[in-house]
Design a protein. Sequence first.
Length: 356
Amino acid sequence: MNRVAIFGACGEVGQHIDQALCALGYQVTRIGRQSRRDLTHYRVVDLFDQDEVAAVCHHHDLIINAAGPASAIRDNIARVAIDTHTLYVDVGGEQDVFDHVQQQLLGRDLPVSCVFGSGFVPGFTSLLPFIAKEKLQELHSIELYVGGIEAFTSTSAIDFIASLGGNDALSGVVIRDDIKVREGTREGYQPLPEVKEFTALPYLSAEHQRVANTLSISNFAAFNLVADRQLLMSAHESDKEQTAALVSLSQSMVQKHGTQQYCVMDAQGWIAQQPVNLTLRCKFNDGYRMTGLVAAFTAHQLLTQSSSHLNNGVFWLSEIIETGHLISFLHEQNMFSHWDLSIEPNYELAFEEGAL
C-alpha cells in the first residue's frame, strides 16, 4: 500500500484530500503545525525545518502540499521532496516557484516528479480549454469565466491578496490576435440563468498565458467572477486590516447568497468547415472540495501510472492529466450541481467578407 503524507491536512483543502485518498485505499499521514490528539496518523512538523520535512519524505511515497499560505511556503517543501526523491503534488501554482523548482532539477538525474497547480485555480480551470480543443477541429477563441461566492479563510485571503499583486498575472488584460490588450470589467454577468449577477474582471494569469500558448489560441480572455467590488477594495487596505476585512465580507456574502462557484467557457471554432460556438457551464458549491479532489486524483495518477516521461521533471496539471479522466472522477464524486456542454452553429460567422 502506498503511503501519502498531506501537509496542511487539517485545513479546508487538506481535509478533502484526506477523505478522497482514504476512499481510494491509501495510507495517509496527516501533517500539521498544532497538536491534534483527536486525529490518528498525525504528526506535528515545522514546515520550514528541512530536517523535519525530510524525515516525512523518507517514509512516504508521495507528498501533497496543501498547507498555506502558499505565498509564504513557496518551494520549501518541494525542495526537500526533490532531494529525497519523493513524488510531490502542490495545490498552488505560482510561476516563479515552478521555475525555481525546475531550475533545481536541471542537470540532475533524479527519479522524481513534481506537479504544480493541482487544484481548482490554478488547476481544473486550466483543463477546460483542452475540452474545446478536443471537440472542435479548429479553435479560434476562448472566453473563460471563473469564480463566485465562497467564504475566505485567513490563509486563502492572504493568497488572494498575494495573487492580485503578483508578477505572474495581468489584471485587466486579455489576448486579442496574439497581442495583450487592456479590457474593462463586464458588469451584470450571469454565469447561469436566474442566478446572481457578477462583475467579470479580466485577469490573465501565468496559467492562462501558458494554456493559450500551448493550444495556439490567438484570442483568449479569462475573467474572475467577483460578487462584490468591495472584495477588491478590501484587498488593498492596510496589511493589518485586509485579511480580516476579506474574511468578514466573504462570510457576509455567503450568509446572504449561499456558497456558489462557477466555471463558464465560451469557445468559437469550426467543425466540418462550419463555424460553431461551444459553451460549457458548470456549477458547484465548494471550491475547497474541488481543489482537494483534483489534488487527490493527481496523486493517484502519479502513483498508479507508469509513464516513463514522468520519472523526472516538473509539470503543470494539464501536462500530465487526461482531462476526460479527471472530469469523470469529479462526476463520480458528485462534484457538480450543474454541468452542460453544448455545440451550436455560429450564424454570425457563417459568411466571411470576400469569401465565396
